[in-house]
Design a protein. Structure first.
Length: 261
């Protein structure tokens, strides 16, 4: 992890808020819009056993099994990072399930949208400025313009967290995990996303740049609940510190820190 991350101008990170949409894993929204063209729609799910080389790999040649979160902020890099994050998540969870003697079925698809109601989950419209896992449809959907803004304002590392968190909700469903309070479901997903990324770094399948860990922390602190949000409320995700603590517990301790039983 020796590359240097290029820092991005900060937007109004405090405006990032978290809520829950019925039948969806979670929602993150509120990032102000930026000028500039939206990225092209990323490719859909790939075979987790067939890794895809990023442009940075082609230029620097660290190996076909390695992905770099390499600090650029172009639409093309956003597209590649999203595809890499999905591919790595599929491979990681397939390996975890295989190690426990279970068969893993990847999340059915990852889709993008740009407008309120363009994508629905269980008959309910998914609003703009969000990223969700839809349980009835077994898919992840994210507002491509909002996600690209987050990518540019917070950093490329946050894209890997965002996909990792939503993918964790799909894994929770596969494991039959359903807590009484949404805050429990969400903090566990943060921990599982941390485990996925930390284990990927330790395995050498993901190489972080200088500053990427701080990007994770800044992003997590930005998406915590409003101070007035009761912890037991439907849609609660946890305070900024709870979310950061859960993520880094998984990052440092792997899945053993995530109360998976």
């Amino acid at each position: 992890m020796t590359a240097h991350a290029r820092r991005r101008p900060r937007g109004s990170l405090a405006a990032l808020v978290v809520a829950l949409v019925a039948a969806a894993g979670c929602v993150v929204g509120g990032l102000p819009e930026e000028d500039g063209p939206p990225p092209r729609v990323p490719p859909q799910s790939q075979d987790p056993e067939q890794p895809r080389r990023s442009q940075a790999q082609q230029d620097r040649g660290p190996g076909a099994q390695t992905t770099r979160a390499d600090g650029t902020d172009t639409p093309e890099e956003f597209q590649q990072d999203m595809a890499d994050a999905q591919r790595l998540a599929e491979r990681y969870w397939a390996e975890q399930f295989r190690a426990s003697g279970q068969r893993f079925q990847p999340v059915r698809r990852v889709v993008t949208y740009q407008r309120d109601g363009e994508v629905t989950c269980g008959g309910q419209a998914i609003p703009a400025n969000n990223a969700v896992y839809c349980t009835p449809g077994d898919f992840i959907a994210y507002d491509i313009n909002w996600s690209f803004s987050a990518f540019r304002q917070i950093g490329d590392a946050f894209v890997f967290y965002l996909l990792g968190h939503e993918y964790a909700h799909g894994v929770q469903i596969r494991l039959g995990i359903r807590y009484s309070f949404t805050i429990q479901q969400e903090l566990q997903a943060d921990c599982m996303a941390g485990a996925f990324l930390g284990d990927s770094v330790r395995a050498g399948t993901l190489v972080l740049d200088d500053g990427d860990l701080e990007e994770f922390r800044e992003g997590l602190l930005a998406v915590g609940d409003d101070p007035d949000q009761p912890w037991f409320a439907e849609g609660a995700h946890g305070t900024p510190q709870q979310r950061a603590d859960s993520f880094f517990r998984g990052y440092e301790r792997s899945l053993a820190g995530c109360d998976l039983g």
